[in-house]
Ligand binder design. Structure first.
Ligand code: IPD
Ligand code: CA
Ligand code: CA
Length: 261
């Protein structure tokens, strides 16, 4: 019998093939809201992931960004972003990923993040560490913001939340950080914290499918993930601050000062 770990990897692989095909052959792009895009690739990939999970675990719930509205209270829950980084995908930037997490009683047990264009596979299993293409990864050794790159995300807001993010970025720069990066795929931003590239990453609004797998990856790589107010992440829309753990105390007051989220 296959385990959730096997199924998550198999589903990510198959969904990745679908994304790769649409990426090279072209996909119809539609708008879900201001600056929020969806393509045939998102929908087709989520359908295939759900099919693979349901075949092996028919009684498990699935919460997916596009079509599956599983309950976050389910004992066995899969949290799926079939295409994280749709804006990159739509503009033909090869920085996007499939993100799949399996949760037991609301706690992530397995996380898989797969960029099918760059062949980057990140995997985490609770208690078993985190890997990138089979090699163990660990958060960075930065001890101060002034030694760090900081990852940033902007939600699909063009008002107060965007202004708050810009204000927080200004305060980060005033700590003499090495720079900020906005690559546009939250799951891979979390993978960058887990790999030590970023000392920390924050965003004022994400959904569970954006962070469920990446959160486990960061924690298994030795880091810390909370809301921008330092509280545990809930399984609904939330701000997020991920760091190597050491930097959390220094950056938390900066990101919380600007966050009403
Ligand atoms: C988005 C990306 C982006 C983040 C947004 C997310 P999507 O996910 O992860 O980096 O800044 O907040 O919504 O819409 O491409 O799946
Ligand atoms: Ca996403
Ligand atoms: Ca998505």
């Amino acid at each position: 019998m296959l385990t959730p770990f096997d199924v998550a990897q198999c589903a990510a692989q198959e969904a990745g093939e679908i994304l790769r095909r649409f990426y090279h052959e072209g996909a119809a792009i539609r708008s879900k809201g201001v600056a929020d895009l969806v393509t045939d690739a998102d929908i087709t990939a989520e359908r295939r992931i759900a099919e693979i999970i349901r075949k092996e675990f028919p009684d498990h719930s699935i919460l997916g960004e596009e079509e599956n509205a599983g309950s976050v209270d389910a004992e066995h829950l899969w949290v799926v972003d079939p295409l994280d980084g749709t804006t990159n995908f739509a503009h033909h930037i090869p920085h996007f990923a499939v993100s799949i997490a399996y949760l037991h009683h609301g706690r992530p047990q397995v996380g898989v993040i797969w960029n099918p264009i760059r062949d980057d596979l990140y995997v985490a299993r609770r208690g078993h560490g985190a890997t990138h293409n089979g090699k163990a990864i660990h958060v960075g050794a930065q001890t101060k913001m002034s030694e760090s790159l900081i990852g940033i995300g902007f939600y699909y807001d063009r008002g107060a939340m965007m202004e708050a993010t810009l204000a927080a970025i200004g305060d980060c720069f005033r700590q003499q950080i090495h720079g900020v990066r906005r690559f546009g795929t939250a799951s891979l931003d979390l993978a960058h914290v887990a790999s030590g590239y970023y000392g920390a990453y924050f965003e004022y609004q994400l959904s569970p499918w954006d962070y469920a797998a990446g959160m486990l990856l960061v924690e298994e790589a030795g880091g810390t993930v909370t809301t921008c107010h330092g509280t545990p992440l809930p399984l609904h829309k939330s701000s997020i601050l991920a760091s190597n753990g050491v930097l959390h105390a220094e950056i938390l007051p900066i990101v919380s000062k600007h966050a009403n989220y």
